[in-house]
Every structure is written in C-alpha cells, then in structure tokens.
Design a protein around this ligand. Structure first.
Ligand code: G3P
Ligand code: MG
Length: 255
C-alpha cells in the first residue's frame, strides 16, 4: 500500500534519505527513512562517465566512499567496487553506490514519494543528465509521488521540454534565496514548487510565496523549533536530515 497516494504536498522530505542515521543517498538511507515512517525522500542524481545515472551528491567520491577522484571518471563496473557505507559507520560496510535504476525499484516497492534533484556538477552536461535520468523516473513513479528539482535552469528547461504537462511532471525550482522575480521563473517552467534555504528566507517573502498557488519547500531544517517557525510562515514542507526529530518533538508536546 503506497504511503502517499494523496496529492497534497509532502510535509517532510528526508534529505538524501534519512541521512542523519544512514549513509546519504544510499538504498540503506531510503530503507531507514521508510522504517522511521517517512513517506518522501530527496535524492541527488548525476551521471557516471559511461552515462549511468547514479544517486550521488558530490562531484568527487572521497567524502562518501573508500575511493578518491571524480565521479565522472568512473564507469558502472568501477563504481560497483566502492564501499559507500563504511565512512558513515561499520554496520554499513559493503553498501554499494545506488544506480538510479536500483533506487527507483526500491522506492516503487516501498510506495514512497521521491524528490529527485538533478545535480549538475561544474562542467557537466545538464541536458545529458535529463535525457538519461528523467524517462526511467517518469516511467517508475506516478506524478503525485515525484518532484524533480534542480539549481540548474538548463536542466529544468530540458525537463519541461521532455514533459510539457505540469500535471505529469512536477518541477521544483531550487535556489538558496528566492530569485527577486521568483514568479517569472516558476511560471516560465510551469513549476510546482520553489525549494529554498530556510536560513536565507524571511517571513515576508515566505508569506508572499505561501499566498500563491506555488508550493514552498525549505531545506535543510533539522530542529523542531525551526520546523514550527516554518509552518507558522506558511511553508508547505521541509527537507530534513532527520524528520523523525519532528515526530518525537510532537509526541513530547502532546504528553
Ligand atoms: O534539494 C534540497 C537540497 O538537497 C539542496 O542542496 O546540496 O543538499 O543537494 P544539497
Ligand atoms: Mg540535494
């Protein structure tokens, strides 16, 4: 039974999976998010040198694996030899880099929602990424369980060109701060949502956006006091390394 068949925007999105508790952007982090009761995850997608889409945040592999160098220097076979779990904790030793394909299969099986971030590292080709990553994602998930976001405007434009119907593809415009004329950007792309850094957001701008039909998501909020403040500002959803902190906080407030 899918956990999120409503078309309401997600209240919480587990950032890079449940990245406070498991190695970010792995199958384990998505399973952990599901086990903790999260319905949605945010994940970053990029291409390996051979064009395989994989779930990975950095341009390099040093921080989150036992290898070093650039992601785009790897092919699928060499990526599959990396340990992407031990850096986080011994219990994750042997975790493998997730291909987009394997990740989509897991998310489908778990009935979760996905905010897929098209991550265009410096010098990489946005169009190639969209062409490789978007079709299988659109095929795997129903439109109400998918939001495709990016900081990269070329990637968003290419995504909209590939699927012009805003009901069939929800696009999220990612930025640290709201662009001055944010509505021009979101209208041009027929976007579903704006995804902003809460640390750079002020109440006035938040309420102005909340008054419009565009959805507003904030990243990366990790403490219950911030969650409460953002709800008060009319934010639709938060992207958090640990949404379970909110659930715990709510339970404390009730008791
Ligand atoms: O999608 C929100 C957030 O993930 C954007 O920043 O660097 O964590 O991918 P980053
Ligand atoms: Mg991201």
């Amino acid at each position: 039974d899918p956990r999120c068949d409503s078309s309401a925007p997600p209240r919480y999105i587990a950032h890079r999976g449940l990245s406070a508790r498991a190695p970010e952007n792995t199958l384990a982090a998505v399973q952990a998010a599901h086990d903790a009761g999260c319905e949605w995850v945010e994940l970053d997608v990029q291409l390996l040198g051979d064009g395989t889409p994989v779930i990975w945040h950095d341009a390099g592999i040093k921080r989150c694996s036992d290898g070093r160098g650039k992601l785009f220097k790897l092919d699928a076979a060499s990526a599959a030899t990396l340990d992407v779990g031990s850096w986080f904790g011994d219990q994750y030793r042997g975790e493998r880099m997730a291909t987009l394909e394997a990740m989509l299969t897991l998310i489908q099986r778990l009935g979760m929602g996905l905010n897929l971030e098209l991550k265009v590292s410096r010098g990489r080709n946005a169009i190639e990424l969209v062409k490789a990553a978007l079709p299988p994602t659109l095929e795997a998930l129903p439109p109400e369980r998918l939001i495709v976001s990016s900081f990269d405007r070329h990637a968003l434009t290419a995504a909209r060109a590939l699927e012009s119907d805003p009901e069939r593809l929800r696009l999220g415009v990612l930025d640290d701060k709201a662009p001055k004329r944010w509505w021009q950007e979101t209208e041009r792309l027929s976007a579903y949502s704006l995804h902003l850094d809460w640390r750079k957001l002020k109440i006035k701008r938040a309420r102005e956006i909340a008054d419009e039909s565009i959805k507003l998501f904030c990243y990366t909020a990790n403490d219950p006091v911030t969650f409460e403040k953002l709800w008060d500002w009319g934010v639709d959803g938060v992207i958090s390394d640990d949404p379970t902190r909110f659930v715990m906080h709510a339970a404390e407030q009730r008791s």
